[in-house]
Design a binder for this molecule. Structure first.
Ligand SMILES: [Zn+2]
Length: 334
């Protein structure tokens, strides 16, 4: 199941900005060429009630009424922004509900991305936190939701929104030391949310073997113990070795194998209730082939991949994985 709306193609940032409609056009073209752009669900716009599950009314009205100008040095607002961002949040809600009801994976091909948007702020090309809105709108039915964020950047907005919650588990792999500067291994959440934030801050050069280690030693055991009713995945393909925004080195097969393992876990833990939501990814061919591989696998198909070099075969992130395990051992058996 693919969730997509032509609204997502709006030009939100100035020309030549990396977060451009060309990203989604490349993804759709790649899917069409492989005859995988089928079973398209068109979402409606998130309502103000849905957005206020996650954001302050002041923030929503700010995005709605600001007009044109910079929200932050890298994030622009124009007259289309509110409408497009509300459709993206609506797409996330639709994707999560479909996966929950139909017991099948869904993929929301969203723009703009969302994981840097918090209760009262946007930034990092994000306005509303799509995945957080979708989780909050599903909490009345699914009282334990896992959000996995494999974008190359830390989802500071998602972490903030759920830092006090023991109903939404947030696990992020990201590069340490780049935008937005958050996501320390030692940060585990607040009050009753302690242990429900799991940050895996990789250093430059981490790729396939380090991600695999993090999956085996942290992500899988915590998910098994948490027993989610649904898994939501923030998919950013900017941890890819071809991506210009980070210096993480996942290959396309490395990405696919990680996402496939998460899908397999969703099968055993929550009846195949899993929804993928697009975040970043700025090298169009790698973005496009990783997403195609995931969507093909929904139908039991495989696609050929071209970016297959494994740069990290020797567990470059082993010390970080150990550090995260130490930080999380008070909450989980690791
Ligand atoms: Zn990113």
């Amino acid at each position: 199941m693919i969730i997509y709306h032509s609204k997502f193609l709006s030009q939100l940032q100035p020309l030549h900005h990396p977060e451009s409609p060309l990203r989604l056009k490349a993804v759709v073209k790649g899917l069409e060429e492989l005859n995988l752009f089928n079973n398209i669900h068109k979402p409606s716009k998130a309502s103000i009630e849905e957005l206020t599950t996650t954001h302050s009314l002041e923030h929503i009205n700010f995005i709605k009424n600001f007009g044109e100008g910079y929200l932050s040095p890298d994030t622009y607002l124009n007259n289309d922004t509110f409408e497009t961002a509300a459709y993206a949040a609506g797409g996330a809600i639709h994707a999560a509900k479909l996966a929950y009801e139909k017991l099948k994976p869904s993929f929301a091909l969203l723009r703009p991305p969302g994981h840097h948007a918090a209760f009262d702020t946007g930034g990092g090309f994000c306005y509303f936190n799509n995945i957080a809105v979708s989780a909050n709108c599903l909490l009345d039915r699914a009282d334990r939701i896992a959000i996995l964020d494999i974008d190359g950047h830390h989802g500071n907005g998602t972490q903030d929104i759920f830092s006090n919650s023991n109903k939404v588990l947030y696990i992020s792999t990201h590069q340490w030391g780049i935008y937005p500067g958050t996501g320390l291994a030692e940060y585990v959440g607040e009050r009753k949310g302690r242990g429900y934030t799991v940050n895996i801050p990789f250093i430059s050069g981490c790729g396939d073997s380090s991600y695999n280690l993090a999956f085996n030693e942290i992500i899988e055991p915590i998910l098994i113990q948490f027993k989610p009713k649904i898994i939501l995945v923030s998919v950013g393909v900017d941890a890819h070795y071809k991506d210009p925004m980070t210096s993480l080195l996942l290959s396309s097969p490395g990405y696919f194998s990680l996402l496939e393992k998460i899908m397999n876990l969703a099968r055993t833990l929550c009846n195949r209730r899993i929804s993928f939501m697009l975040e970043g990814g700025y090298h169009l061919p790698s973005l496009s082939e990783v997403i195609a591989a995931v969507i093909a696998s929904f139908e039991g198909k495989e696609v050929g991949l071209q970016f297959v070099t494994e740069y990290d075969t020797n567990f470059k992130g082993k010390a970080i994985v150990e550090k995260v395990k130490t930080a999380q051992r008070s909450y989980w058996e690791l």
